[in-house]
Design a protein around this ligand. Structure first.
Ligand code: PEP
Ligand code: MN
Length: 340
């Protein structure tokens, strides 16, 4: 069972609840500072209804699943994340764009001006890069974060960047607006919990072979610590195909929308690994109901220090934005017609 405590619970009330549960033989698994208590065990003397009546308890959920707080059973309406006038999960899809990695002041500022001129509100760019080889470029680290901040100051763009390690959560949160947890870390539970204990929204990328259960279970780790500002991200899974880097699993978009109240965006850059098919897959993602897309763009893709084959050329990116805007207009009109 999961017990969700009232936001304004007093310390005395909380202590009383813990004592009562413990006294009735429940095994308590408390999540530190969080407002969630997970218990195992059942008895007739203190059934679910009685626990619900204890002062300071908001709700008791009788669930054996690995997730509950992320579901529509728990919260039927969509979670909309509002950030400085930009909303994620609302009526308008968001485009997140930027380079794979921050490489230099010139590169990040040129990209920032480009994406901003096309109407983008959120820029991506890795300062801590998870790379297959330790000899590859692994990011400018704090210097990269400072360059992202500079781009933010000069353009007003919001910044999303990856946090690789629990020890860097505070640092990355200081410089950015949204924390990204990458595929390779989707099941790094300590990192998920640390991200759940801070205030910034978190974009959680699907692990490269994660099931739906595992993906939502990981999101549950974040939300169980009190942070419900979570954006899910489908970024392709490993399959037997060899003509793309990954297989973009767009099936998951409408399925997640049914089960979960959290926004989901799609990353066709890592999902395909090929810039020539990013446009159709971006439009397909939006048609499937995604709350946005995240794409990689670089002023000079062949010179990109990471993921050069999937970075869009500036002209390609501007064309993509035009197509997306047409699509959004078309969708708005279609919604008006079907809802006169
Ligand atoms: C990224 O978006 O920078 C990234 C490394 O992607 P992923 O974690 O999906 O591989
Ligand atoms: Mn990349």
């Amino acid at each position: 069972m999961i017990i969700k405590l009232d936001k304004n619970i007093s310390t005395v009330q909380k202590e009383q609840i813990l004592l009562t549960l413990h006294g009735h033989g429940f095994y308590l698994q408390e999540n530190g500072q969080s407002s969630i208590i997970r218990i195992t065990g059942k008895n007739n003397v203190l059934p679910k209804e009685k626990i619900e009546n204890l002062p300071g308890v908001e709700v008791v959920i009788d669930s054996d699943r690995s997730y509950h707080l992320v579901t529509r059973e728990y919260r039927p309406e969509n979670t909309i994340i509002e950030l400085d006038g930009v909303s994620i999960g609302g009526a308008e899809p968001q485009v997140i764009a930027g380079p794979c990695a921050v490489e230099s002041e010139e590169q990040i500022l040129r990209t920032a001006r480009l994406v901003q001129s096309a109407g983008v509100k959120i820029m991506r760019g890795g300062a801590f890069k998870p790379r297959t080889s330790p000899y590859s470029f692994t990011g400018l680290e704090e210097k990269g974060l400072q360059l992202l901040s500079q781009a933010r100051r000069e353009t007003g763009l919001l910044i999303i960047t990856e946090v690789l390690d629990t020890a860097d959560v505070e640092l990355v949160a200081e410089y950015s607006d949204i924390l990204q947890i990458g595929s390779r870390n989707m099941q790094n539970y300590k990192l998920l919990k640390a991200a759940g204990r801070q205030q910034r929204p978190v974009m959680l990328k699907r692990g490269m072979s994660a099931t739906l259960e595992e993906f939502l279970g990981s999101a549950e780790y974040i939300i169980s610590q009190g942070n419900d500002k979570i954006i899910l991200c489908e970024r392709g899974i490993r399959t037997f195909v060899e003509y793309t880097r990954n297989t973009l699993d767009l099936n998951i978009v409408p399925v997640i929308k049914k089960i979960s109240h959290l926004p989901i965006i799609v990353d066709p850059s890592h999902g395909t690994g090929r810039r020539d098919i990013i446009e159709p897959m971006s439009l397909a993602a939006l048609a499937a109901g995604a709350d946005g897309i995240m794409v990689e763009v670089h002023p000079d893709p062949p010179a990109s220090w990471s993921d050069p084959d999937q970075a869009l050329y500036p002209e390609q990116f501007l064309q993509l934005m035009e197509k997306i805007n047409q699509f959004i207009e078309w969708r708005k009109n279609a919604a008006i017609k079907s809802n006169p």
